[in-house]
Write a protein that binds this ligand. Structure first.
Ligand SMILES: [Zn+2]
Length: 69
């Protein structure tokens, strides 16, 4: 079922993933393979997040960025 897209959305970013260990979304497309820092006691030795499930697209309105622009 398609979701309604608010009129103010003018940008998308894909490759956001759910972490199976700390249950947060994290950016999963760093060219160097960096998975960020996972605070879960179940994090792997690398301390990076571990992707599970869907590839999320984050919608944004870039017309009024914080601090101007
Ligand atoms: Zn994590």
């Amino acid at each position: 079922m398609p979701a309604p897209i608010p009129n103010k959305v003018n940008a998308w970013q894909e490759h956001w993933r759910f972490c199976r260990n700390c249950f947060s979304l994290f950016w999963n497309n760093e060219p160097n393979g960096n998975k960020g820092f996972c605070a879960s006691p179940n994090a792997p030795a690398s301390k990076g997040h571990v992707a599970a499930g869907w590839d999320f697209y984050v919608a944004a309105d870039t017309t009024n960025p914080p601090g101007g622009g």
